[in-house]
Design a protein around this ligand. Structure first.
Ligand code: ADP
Length: 609
């Protein structure tokens, strides 16, 4: 019943990051290092911690061996030597703890810093991207890059990389010490290890694949459930409960089957690794024991050797896990850099021109098509509007009205022709300046979470309280705002007070007034407000429109009647243009639309009179 595209998208995005690291990935890892630069001192201190702590870790088995030998050969050695060794051992552990603290703290501090920087940089960049970028993507997909992808990178930076380095030191040092203690034993142990490594890597890879598959299956099931829950009314209308449940059941069963495969692999993996590790130990004990019996090795050396074997095996085990983490981080950084590489294709002008006029707008033979569409949304559009003029845009839905007005603030660039403000091509004006001259009152006003005052100041952050009140009064908003106990400090938005549609519109009008634009774009609300709210909004709009160049996407009779000029759009072309009465008399599309769209309103007017 619902779209399946979302599920597929979820599946694709995850498998993408699952391949072996490519050269491009490594390049991106290097790019990630840029973010490390500001924290290089943190890194240096942490590295000292890593080095010393790992090295101390390697000292411990040696001392243990010495301790054992001291006990075994107690006839020859005085007890003071034992005391000394125990003390040294405690000292080593203490030092190791201290250096581990240094490592963990400084690396975490660096990781957190990098994450904060990365988030801010990504968000900052995101905000510069054009409307087009956001139109083509789901909000969740974008925010997940800011949250989960960045978090994955954080764990890599603050723990995995250090762990990798520590394990590398341990591994190399451990192997060297194995050889130092006994070459024959070391050779036998090291013939076993590669087998364990290959097996672990093989299993690890299989396990990761199955895990990814499982996550995709779960995501698929969730996406389906989410859709049905969101559209629960549709489900009820069509009595589709059973169908939806069946679909969910089969999706869950699919994930269950994969989960069983994963469970099998996991169940096999752990015991296998443990067996290889302990098998090796048994072998070392057996061979080493013989060497000790033959007097070719001391008991202490055997103990040291066993401990080193354990340490080396542990390091290898950790490495195979780290490989998976690294891959995940590479996938995450790939997705983040993809976002950072998105460019705004609305180029800023090389020779910026300042706007000096009073807000004339002209379209010269404008054609437009959306990047992913095959047909022109606008074609051959010519129009001119002066300050003080109200231009109403009417036409069937999909005719291109919203698209047309979005070309004025340059949310999109024309495909052909020019859009001029004050006689200057909008592409020659810095975007900030261009949009600084305009304001919009949309159909559905979205308020940010925060106070009413903050919402009003969006367009003019330095507005004084007096200016704020002035604008709110002119917009018929002051009275209702003062009715809240907190007045202008009332919290609105998602977690605050919900304003009615008419109230939100008046806030939007006050916001626009405060910005004092020379060009105004209004998108009338289609759903009608009650008549009192409507007249308050209408009054406010009159004040707002005064002396400005106004474009209004009109849905109401009152608006089109009042407009100086009506442009009738059909399939991207202006098919009729003129005043209300003339257009009615002409008997064209406008007369048609008028008959259909405004009939009810006329009925009301007639009844009312
Ligand atoms: P109107 O405001 O008159 O209803 P629009 O300007 O919203 O018309 O839409 C005109 C056409 O452009 C429609 O066919 C619509 O599907 C398409 N369209 C609108 N926005 C986008 C977009 N962001 N990407 C691709 N096509 C779009």
């Amino acid at each position: 019943m619902f779209s399946h595209a979302r599920r597929r998208a979820a599946a694709v995005s995850r498998t993408e990051s699952d391949g072996a690291p490519t050269r491009r990935d490594l390049w991106q890892l290097r790019r990630l290092l840029q973010f490390v630069r500001p924290y290089k001192w943190n890194l240096a201190v942490a590295m000292v911690g890593v080095l010393v702590a790992s090295a101390l870790g390697l000292v411990f088995p040696r001392i243990m061996g010495g301790l054992v030998d001291t006990i075994v050969n107690r006839a020859e050695v005085d007890p003071a030597a034992l005391d000394r060794m125990a003390l040294i051992l405690v000292g080593v552990f203490l030092a190791q703890a201290a250096f581990n603290f240094v490592r963990v703290y400084f690396l975490s501090a660096m990781g957190e810093g990098i994450v904060a920087d990365l988030r801010t940089r990504t968000y900052e960049h995101l905000m510069t991207l054009p409307v087009k970028f956001f139109d083509g993507r789901k909000t969740g997909e974008i925010t997940s890059r800011l949250t989960s992808d960045v978090a994955v990178i954080q764990s890599t930076v603050s723990s995995s990389l250090a762990a990798a380095l520590a394990q590398a030191i341990t591994l190399i040092g451990g192997v060297i010490l194995l050889f130092v203690i006994s070459v024959t034993l070391a050779v036998t142990v090291l013939t076993f290890l590669p087998v364990a490594i290959v097996a672990a890597a093989f299993f690890g890879r299989r396990l990761r694949k199955v895990s990814t598959e499982f996550q995709d299956k779960v995501a698929e099931a969730n996406a389906g459930a989410e859709e049905s829950i969101a559209a629960v009314r549709v489900v009820k209308w069509f009595s589709a409960e059973a169908v939806e449940t069946d679909r969910y059941r089969s999706a869950v069963r699919g994930s269950y089957r994969v989960a069983l495969r994963r469970a099998r692999l996991r169940a096999l993996f752990g015991p296998m690794v443990t067996f290889v590790a302990f098998g090796t130990l048994a072998f070392v004990l057996w061979r080493g024991g013989r060497l000790v019996l033959a007097g070719q090795m001391t008991t202490g050396d055997l103990v040291s050797f066993l401990l080193y074997t354990l340490i080396v095996a542990g390091a290898i085990g950790t490495f195979t896990g780290l490989y998976g983490e690294l891959q995940e981080a590479l996938g995450a950084s790939r997705r983040i850099f993809e976002l950072l590489d998105e460019r705004n294709d609305l180029a800023e002008p090389e020779l910026p021109v300042q706007l000096t006029g009073d807000g004339r707008v002209a379209f010269e033979d404008v054609g437009f098509r959306y990047a992913d569409r095959a047909v022109d949304v606008l074609a051959g559009v010519n129009l001119a509007a002066c300050p003080g003029e109200v231009v109403a845009l009417v036409g069937p839905s999909g005719a291109g009205k919203s698209t047309l007005v979005q070309l004025i603030p340059r949310f999109f660039d024309v495909s052909s022709g020019r859009v001029l403000v004050d006689g200057i091509d909008v592409r020659e004006v810095p975007r900030r300046e261009l949009r600084g001259r305009m304001a919009a009152v949309p159909q559905e006003t979205q308020l940010f979470s925060g106070t009413i005052a903050e919402n009003l100041r969006v367009g003019k952050p330095d507005a004084t309280d007096t200016e704020l009140r002035h604008a709110a009064k002119a917009a018929n908003a002051h009275d209702f705002i003062m009715e809240f106990p907190d007045g202008y400090a009332t919290i609105v938005g998602e977690r605050g007070i919900k304003l009615s549609g008419g109230q939100r519109q008046r806030v939007a009008i006050a916001r626009a007034l405060l910005k004092d634009p020379s060009i105004l774009i209004l998108d009338e609300a289609t759903s009608s407000l009650d008549s009192e709210a409507e007249s308050l909004v209408q009054e406010a709009l009159e004040i707002l429109m005064h002396g400005r160049t106004t474009f209004v996407i009109a849905h109401r009779l009152a608006t089109v009647r009042r407009a100086d000029r009506i442009l009738v759009l059909d399939r991207g072309r202006i098919v009729e243009e003129g005043a209300h009465d003339d257009l009615l008399a002409a008997g064209g599309l406008y007369a048609d639309l008028h008959a259909r769209q405004f009939r009810d309103e006329i009925g009301e007017v007639v009844h009312g009179a």
